[in-house]
Design a protein around this ligand. Structure first.
Ligand SMILES: NC(=O)c1ccc[n+]([C@@H]2O[C@H](COP(=O)([O-])OP(=O)(O)OC[C@H]3O[C@@H](n4cnc5c(N)ncnc54)[C@H](OP(=O)(O)O)[C@@H]3O)[C@@H](O)[C@H]2O)c1
Length: 275
């Protein structure tokens, strides 16, 4: 049985390592997870490949997370609300789209910070990962501030978050954060959903030097290469609980694995594969 990661360009990805280790560990030795680089013009053919009986689905990444939706038979409520698919699975001959980033993000948050009651979260960025984090937090009653370079995108996300259940959701321009002319609540959770700080630019830090991190807050950085990221290091030096995005990567993968195979994911094996 085949599983694929659809995206373009597909650089280095940890997903084959995680899933092939997990498939072996549960005894699915004739299953394989492979990269499938799909230029946008080839998406139709790739989706036909996913409909073959020897294919159990796969993952979807940039730039296809939205485009694949029109080729699927059904969407989970999370994928429909977020408007993006990162996991395709088969049920009763139908191809379903799911978004395991949102649930994976929430699971990772709880693993590192314990039980969390709703408060303010500052979400840096307004792309796909911000949508997933925003959905996970908004549906649990968090107040949200989206900070982005493209203000209209952040505003649209804030509006969606209010629809998902956030009591207060707003957009703040990136420049306002950079100039420290806006500051979050003292106990805010900061979630970095931008690639700032990611290798090969590990010196990057999305939080401005001139603005202290929220003194009673916490930091979740979706970036996981390098470990720890500069933002996570800085938060720890300030005495704040902080984690990078490897936990989310494993958690969203584990949820996808169960969708495909119907089996509990071997979490420890998946962690070992990426540590
Ligand atoms: N840990 C995990 O499991 C996990 C899961 C998903 C994503 N991620 C990570 O999260 C990050 C974002 O992914 P994504 O899918 O949301 O990407 P995306 O859809 O391309 O969105 C990226 C967002 O970051 C902003 N941004 C990029 N460079 C910036 C900069 N130098 N300064 C300020 N803002 C900047 C973009 O703003 P513009 O629109 O202005 O460019 C956009 O709002 C990536 O590093 C990805 O690897 C991790």
């Amino acid at each position: 049985m085949h599983l694929y990661l659809l995206g373009y360009p597909l650089g280095h990805s940890l997903s084959p390592r995680i899933h092939n280790a997990a498939l072996q560990a549960v005894g699915l030795t004739d299953w394989h997870y492979d990269l499938l680089p799909v230029p946008p013009a080839d998406l139709v053919a790739a989706m036909q490949r996913l409909r073959q009986p020897d294919c159990a689905g796969g993952n979807v990444t940039i730039p296809h997370k939205q485009a694949v939706m029109s080729y699927l038979d059904a969407l989970t409520p999370a994928a429909a609300a977020i408007g993006a698919v990162n996991t395709i699975f088969v049920r009763a001959g139908q191809r379903w789209g799911d978004n395991t980033d949102a649930a994976g993000f929430w699971e990772a948050l709880q693993q590192v910070f314990g039980a969390l009651s709703p408060r303010e979260a500052v979400v840096l960025g307004a792309g796909g990962a911000s949508r997933a984090a925003g959905y996970a937090l908004a549906t649990r009653g968090w107040a949200l501030t989206f900070v982005a370079r493209r203000l209209p995108q952040a505003k649209a996300l804030a509006q969606a978050a209010r629809g998902w259940g956030s009591p207060v959701a707003r957009a703040v321009p990136w420049d306002a954060l950079a100039a420290a002319s806006w500051r979050p609540a003292d106990d805010a959770l900061v979630v970095n959903c931008t690639p700032v700080g990611m290798a090969p630019h590990p010196e990057g830090d999305p939080w401005p030097e001139i603005l202290p991190l929220p003194p009673r807050g916490a930091v979740y950085d979706m970036v996981y290469n390098p470990r720890p990221t500069r933002l996570v290091q800085r938060a720890r030096v300030a005495g704040l609980p902080a984690a990078d995005g490897l936990g989310m990567l494993v958690a969203q993968a584990a949820l996808a694995f169960t969708r495909w195979t119907g089996r509990p994911a071997p979490h420890e094996v998946m962690w070992q594969a990426v540590r």
